[in-house]
Design a protein around this ligand. Structure first.
Ligand code: PGA
Length: 254
């Protein structure tokens, strides 16, 4: 299970340091934790997390290797600052910056060239869900956002219904299960017939300490992308603990 903390444009650098220390004080193996920090915090966080099992990631990168792109950050720069993962196509990027799936795929290619793992975000709006188009929208995003040449083991998907992000509203377990199953069954076909093994599909959107366990118990849910609750060390630790219990339970059942 993978639990990724998406700090978005939070918190202050001082609070970020305290938060990173608090998370690092906990051991939640075999859960993999990823900290998606603001770009300007990558170097201080990488220094703070030296020797830690928490992986560091960026929240976006440019699709070009370098060049005249004022204000942008390249995958190589993220790598140089200690990140080994990058989050791409988050709905806040798609909505606030007009990013289309084709651009997300270009960014993913660039990240892969630099040896980074990518988390590609997918999710429908409330209008799309009410119109009965949720699955089609998400599968279309998946097909267009994930480049065919992505190597095995470097891809993670995050399904985040847009209407559930930061709202306290969570999709029903049945809806989460159905969408994760649909994404899982679509993944191999997107790769020119090559099955990519073990692509973790994370769920995101108002995951908290109370609802995490039931979400993580679903088939094809490989972890969570956590926004608001990742700014609270105690809540984030409890979410990681739920993932850990689920992993130990599955191991026991096997
Ligand atoms: P949330 O954010 O947990 O605050 O809903 C999730 C995300 O946007 O990644």
């Amino acid at each position: 299970m993978i639990i990724a903390a998406n700090w978005k444009m939070n918190p202050s650098l001082k609070d970020a340091g305290g938060l990173a220390n608090a998370l690092n004080a906990k051991i939640v193996q075999p859960v993999t934790r990823i900290l998606l920090a603001p770009h300007t915090y990558l170097i201080p966080m990488s220094i703070r997390l030296q020797g830690s099992d928490i992986r560091l990631g960026g929240q976006d990168c440019h699709q070009a290797a370098d060049g005249a792109h004022t204000g942008d950050v390249s995958a190589a720069m993220l790598r140089d600052c200690g990140a080994s993962v990058v989050l791409l196509g988050h709905s806040e990027r798609r909505i606030n910056h007009g990013e289309k799936s084709r651009l997300v795929a270009e960014k993913a290619k660039q990240a892969i060239v630099h040896g980074m793992d990518v988390i590609v975000c997918l999710g429908e709006t409330l209008g799309e869900r009410h119109a009965g188009q949720a699955e089609q929208v998400v599968i279309d995003q998946l097909r267009a956002s994930v480049p065919d040449e992505i190597p095995r083991g470097q891809l993670m998907i995050a399904y985040e219904p847009v209407w559930a992000i930061g709202t306290g509203e969570v999709a029903s377990l049945a809806d989460i299960a159905a969408m994760h199953d649909a994404i899982a069954s679509e993944l191999p076909k997107n790769q020119r017939g090559d099955i990519i093994p073990n692509v973790p599909i994370l769920y995101g959107g108002s995951v908290n300490a109370e609802n995490a366990a039931s979400i993580f118990s679903l088939d094809n849910v490989g972890g969570g992308l956590i926004g608001g609750a990742s700014l609270d060390a105690e809540a984030f630790d409890l979410i990681c603990e739920s993932a850990r219990s689920q992993m130990l339970k599955s191991e026991f059942v096997k």
